[in-house]
Write a protein that binds this ligand. Structure first.
Ligand code: ADP
Ligand code: MG
Length: 361
């Protein structure tokens, strides 16, 4: 018989807090499947709310040390960290609106005020980063006027399969993809009128077999037009990520995008500052477009700064060559910055979902 009991382990783990949710792991019902063997070796799982959890190592270390301290007779401690992504829909904070995508847990809109700030680059790399953590991810290229997803994934001239009148999304780097570029000739410019654009976006949602997804990301066109409105009217958007460059011009444009999301009650997950700095060979940073613009803006708007991504040839080449930088050069500064931003996005969603449920219960 093991000398240690499950109860003792739970009592010990009541001392480990989730700093984001401000409660202990036991109250949050995150500790699962505790097992103790004859030699007092301990096994259990910490069920995370996202596989992209920046807190993984912290939880593992904190749990190990609190058990060691309180139960000195413990043998080996083996902790697994599976994830069950929470859904923004599960606590019904979008009210009575019918949900056309009930199997999609969270919808993220990536927007900006202006084109050319790197919105698509960020959306693509966020999607791939989240997929690489083990999440189920989809990406919709909602920029009907300038679709860039086919090129950024090296999928020009690809056509999706249609099965039972449903479009099967093309999958690459673990991400399910849909773009108008998969349906039209690339040298055929699209001249959509507002209603046509809206109906194309609706079809990307209703006529595509998305299956079960943890995160569905929309790469929006610049600005605050019909497509953005269609999206928020049709779907329960979990939150928006705003992309900007540090320049003031971009910032004054981006304020309008922020205001739009506020007006339509889409939570702002935070800001990503792209092209923040250039990393010099000696490791120092050259803030070519000025320093701290994104941070200042985020603060003024009461938003979280989710990350700052350097400017660099590796990012652009990744987009041009069809292999995103997080796949091609995962150890580069840019890839790490994007991965950390992706974790922050996932974290903000988990926090909001937990708050919505707490509020409801
Ligand atoms: N951090 C970066 N470093 C270098 N080039 C970048 C970076 N982010 C984006 N780019 C490049 O800038 C151009 C515009 O980016 P894109 O993602 O298409 O912007 P948007 O979707 O906002 O119009 C692309 O050529 C892209 O490769
Ligand atoms: Mg774009």
């Amino acid at each position: 018989m093991p000398a240690i009991t499950q109860k003792q382990i739970l009592e010990a783990l009541e001392n480990v807090m989730d700093p984001d949710l401000n409660k202990d792991l036991v109250s949050l019902n995150m500790i699962k499947d505790i097992r103790i063997d004859e030699k007092n070796n301990i096994f259990f799982s910490i069920e995370l709310t996202t596989p992209a959890c920046p807190m993984k190592d912290h939880f593992r270390n904190a749990c190990t040390s609190v058990i060691r301290e309180r139960l000195p007779e413990a043998g080996e401690i083996t902790i697994s960290l599976p994830a069950k992504v929470t859904s923004s829909a599960s606590c019904g904070h979008h009210g009575e609106k019918a949900d056309p995508l009930p199997k999609v847990r969270n919808i993220i809109a990536v927007g900006s005020g202006k084109g050319g700030v790197g919105k698509s680059t960020v959306a693509v790399n966020l999607a791939v980063s989240l997929a690489r953590t083990g999440a189920k991810v989809g990406l919709i290229d909602a920029d009907l006027y300038g679709p860039s997803i086919p090129t950024m994934f090296g999928l020009e001239n690809k056509r999706p399969e249609i099965v039972n009148k449903t479009i099967v999304p093309i999958e690459r780097y673990g991400v399910k993809l849909m773009s108008i570029g998969f349906l039209i000739e690339s040298d055929n410019p699209v001249i959509w009128r507002g209603p046509m654009a809206s109906s194309a976006i609706k079809q990307f949602v209703t006529d595509v077999d998305w299956g079960e997804l943890d995160y569905l990301i929309f790469d929006l066109p610049p600005g605050t037009g019909d497509i953005q409105l269609t999206l928020v009217q049709m779907l329960p958007v979990s939150g928006a990520v705003i992309v900007t460059t540090p320049q003031d011009v971009a910032l004054s444009d981006v304020a309008k995008a922020v205001t739009m999301f506020r007006k339509v009650n889409v939570p702002l997950l935070g800001l990503i500052e792209n092209m923040s700095y250039y990393l010099l060979p000696d490791g120092s940073k050259d803030y070519i477009f000025g320093k701290g613009g994104g941070e200042k803006f985020a603060k003024a708007q009461g938003m979280t700064l989710l990350g700052s991504i350097p400017i660099g040839g590796v990012v652009r080449e990744g987009g041009d060559s069809g292999t995103p930088v997080v796949v091609e050069l995962p150890d580069s500064e840019a890839a790490r910055a994007i991965e950390s931003s992706a974790c922050e996005v996932a974290r903000q969603i988990s926090i909001r979902n937990a708050a919505a449920c707490a509020h409801r219960n």
